[in-house]
Design a protein around this ligand. Structure first.
Ligand code: ADP
Ligand code: MG
Length: 359
């Protein structure tokens, strides 16, 4: 199937800075594709090149198999939603949604029909005559998306649209945006520095760092099979140890951490040898906690530790455990059973996790 969007060896230099450094990807029709990376890594620069506001230094951009490099921004079959999704406060909802259609000179009845259809699509039929300030925050977001979607872009570009919202609304809008994308069956390219936004909404995520794509994959692939230390550290939370490999045994390995712990891990298919520097990443939810060391016998990593912090956060509650020599602070998710609900700071606990089978 022809991708809706293809970027081929995209490069953008600003003087001595290479903001986008040889980035290639394609986005299949009707999918939700996110570019995830820290501030300043080059995300907006990619979007501006796709939208046509900025020329690439080299490389090509194709939409439905046609290069758009020589097409001016207003003629490209893309639409861009900016950071605030702002609506025009003096206009009605219908006038807001029809804004681009009016500018394109469509006849009135056709505009009215398309606006009604869009309101239907976003689950807000019949509210066209209302004013913007009569809507809730979530409804405004939907109207802002509808305003772009009536123009029927092949690709909708969204540049951190939830950044300015408070946490509660942001959580809800993640679900809504994904539903809207499915309702309009249009390709969304979404950029964010927030891993949870990317994980929740995307079919595919590209993790970006210093102008380059480190890895492209589904949320699951990035989370469970990160290709690089950057991806492992950026997607999801991890305990991280740096050290030297002391043993390699099939996919399993042993590492002596710089702090002196001996840990077992897995190479996940990478070719590694004894003496090499490496890092081990262990997810807080992969570590089990027990009162009695015997319960953890089946794990190849075990430790006695002391609880230094309790981080209550409902179902995502954690503790921080310090090893006996006080060298390491290890984040461990608390089980849902409530068995450890009464843990106090300073309590001794046993922790263990499986290294050789991977985490
Ligand atoms: P992000 O959106 O990931 O935060 P940007 O794409 O905005 O990152 O910026 C990437 C890099 O390019 C930054 O170092 C930024 O300072 C630089 N940059 C962006 N736009 C320009 C510009 N017009 N002129 C010079 N440097 C720029
Ligand atoms: Mg940006």
């Amino acid at each position: 199937m022809t991708p809706d969007l293809e970027c081929l060896n995209l490069v953008k230099k600003f003087g001595a800075t290479t903001a986008v450094d040889n980035v290639s990807f394609d986005v299949p029709p009707g999918s939700f594709f996110s570019i995830l990376g820290p501030s300043g890594c080059g995300k907006t620069t990619i979007m501006r090149m796709i939208a046509g506001f900025l020329d690439p230094s080299s490389g090509d951009i194709k939409i439905r198999d046609r290069s758009v490099l020589n097409t001016p921004p207003n003629k490209r079959p893309v639409n861009m939603v900016f950071q605030h999704l702002a609506l025009f406060p003096m206009m009605t909802i219908a006038e807001n949604i029809g804004y681009g259609l009016r500018r394109n000179g469509l006849p009135k009845p056709e505009i009215a029909r398309k606006v009604d259809e869009a309101l239907e699509r976003i689950g807000l039929p019949g509210i066209g005559n209302r004013k913007v300030d009569e809507l809730s925050g979530g409804q405004k977001q939907r109207v802002a998306i509808a305003r772009c979607m009536v123009l029927e872009p092949d690709v909708l570009l969204l540049d951190e649209p939830l950044g300015a919202l408070d946490l509660k609304l942001r959580e809800r809008m993640k679900v809504e945006l994904k539903a809207l994308q499915a309702a309009f069956d249009t390709t969304f390219v979404y950029i964010t520095h927030d891993q949870s936004e990317a994980l929740v909404m995307s079919d595919q995520i590209a993790v970006m760092n210093h102008g380059r794509f480190e890895q492209i994959g589904t949320g699951r692939e990035l989370y469970y099979r990160p290709d690089s230390a950057f991806v492992a550290g950026f997607v999801g939370d991890s305990n991280r140890w740096a050290g030297e490999i002391t043993r390699v045994d099939g996919d399993g390995l042993e590492i002596r951490t710089d702090s002196g712990l001996l840990l077992r891990g897995a190479s996940h298919g990478r070719v590694l040898s004894v003496g090499e520097k490496a890092q081990i990443f262990v997810r807080p939810e992969a570590i089990r906690i027990a009162h009695d060391a015997g319960e953890l016998d089946h794990f190849d990593n075990r430790m006695t530790g002391r609880v230094t912090s309790l981080l209550f956060n409902g179902a995502a509650s954690r503790i921080i455990v310090q090893d006996p020599e006080g060298r390491e602070e290890i984040e461990v998710n608390l089980p849902q059973s409530g068995e450890f609900a009464g843990l106090a700071r300073g309590a001794e606990v046993q922790i263990g996790w499986s290294g050789a089978q991977g985490n």
